[in-house]
Design a protein around this ligand. Structure first.
Ligand code: KG4
Ligand code: ZN
Length: 340
């Protein structure tokens, strides 16, 4: 079975083709980062218009890369939410229309399920059950996962998502949008321990997060200590260490609570090297295992949508004919998929 996957929920156009026997046959990505950089964040209308320009050419490129014709495609998966409504509508409309024209089923994929299953694209995929840490630009969630579509929310951010906190703090350190990866790079030159930021909400029980205070803390530190390059690097380091530590503390709690021995991290922030290292060390010390995708499959991409679409299509799920997108869509509302 070969599935074409289309991702257009935010500022990346991703198209991929996944074959359930041969794996990934094509993977195309176009990032709109430059388009939005001048505005310091994603401008939804510009994002939609750029997806209109890029999606069809990327589908053509993916078909060429895989050496396939439309007759070789057995289904079309598209991100139906959560995300920016206009951006979602572009990929969903193109995907739904192609499926109709090619006379194959379409499947509407949840973006965060795409992220959550992305580590399955790697050589050593996780088995169920596991705790998933989803950390992206829009979400920070801990989820108990007992199977595909069998998700229960253990905790989430009550304000900014981890990626959002990275981006906002990066902005006040003078970095362009999206500053997360650049802040992380800057932190490498920082001195550990010059500044110590709080680990929000770790002093009380529970698995929720709060990251909005950290950017305020960073702003105050900049005001007090100046914004010379070394101070900025030290602040970046203190910020990153605080986020990574906080995430690790809550992951440990979630593993203790569930009794699970596997931890899966997914979403853009799971590309962060300090976080990967910290969680890998923590899991090694506990005798458990951590799983994450290669960095390019942590951030938005078409491969994760093709993969999640394939799993749901195999389980018999089909999208109806109307194009329906859901800018807000709780992950735990997804129907469970019976084990194969
Ligand atoms: O999953 P993603 O590509 O898009 C959403 O679904 O939101 O996540 C993007 C987020 C951005 O906030 C970006 O700054 C952050 O992930 N990010 C990182 C790193 N790479 C991406 N944050 C910290 N360190 C990184 N290496
Ligand atoms: Zn994403």
């Amino acid at each position: 079975m070969r599935i074409l996957g289309i991702e257009t929920s935010c500022d990346e156009t991703g198209v991929a083709i996944y074959d359930d026997e041969r794996g990934l046959l094509a993977d195309q990505l176009y990032s709109q980062v430059k388009l939005h950089a001048d505005y310091g964040g994603v401008v939804p209308e510009l994002a939609s218009r750029d997806h209109v320009r890029k999606t069809v050419p990327l589908i053509q490129a993916a078909m060429k890369q895989a050496g396939l014709t439309p007759a070789d495609i057995d289904g079309v998966a598209y991100t139906a939410g959560p995300g920016l409504i206009g951006a979602l509508l572009v990929g969903a409309t193109i995907g739904r229309s192609l499926a109709m024209a090619w006379n194959v089923p379409a499947v509407a994929v949840h973006h965060m399920e795409g992220h959550l299953l992305a580590p399955m694209l790697e050589d050593n995929p996780p088995e169920f059950p596991f705790v998933a840490l989803l950390v992206s630009g829009g979400h920070t969630q801990l989820i108990s996962v007992t199977g595909v579509g069998q998700y229960s929310l253990l905790g989430e951010s009550i304000d900014d998502a981890a990626g959002e906190a990275f981006d906002k703090t990066a902005k006040l350190l003078g970095l362009d949008y999206p500053g997360g990866p650049m802040l992380s790079k800057m932190a490498q030159a920082g001195t550990a321990g010059r500044f110590t930021f709080p680990r929000p909400m770790t002093d009380r029980p529970g698995l929720d997060f709060s990251f909005s205070g950290l950017k305020t803390y960073a702003a105050n530190t900049v005001r007090q200590s100046g914004d010379d390059e070394q101070s900025k690097a030290d602040i970046a380091r203190a910020f990153e260490d605080a986020v990574v530590d906080t995430l690790a503390i809550k992951c440990r709690r979630a593993l203790d609570e569930t009794g699970f021995t596997r931890l899966v991290m997914a979403g853009g922030v799971s590309a962060n090297r300090t976080l990967r290292k910290k969680l890998a060390e923590m899991m090694a010390a506990r005798g458990g295992e951590v799983f994450y995708a290669r960095p390019e499959f942590c951030t938005d991409n078409g491969a994760m949508i093709a993969y999640a679409g394939m799993v749901r299509l195999k389980a018999g799920e089909h999208a109806s004919l109307p194009v329906i997108v859901r800018p807000r869509w709780p992950l735990d509302q997804l129907p469970p998929v019976a084990a194969a």
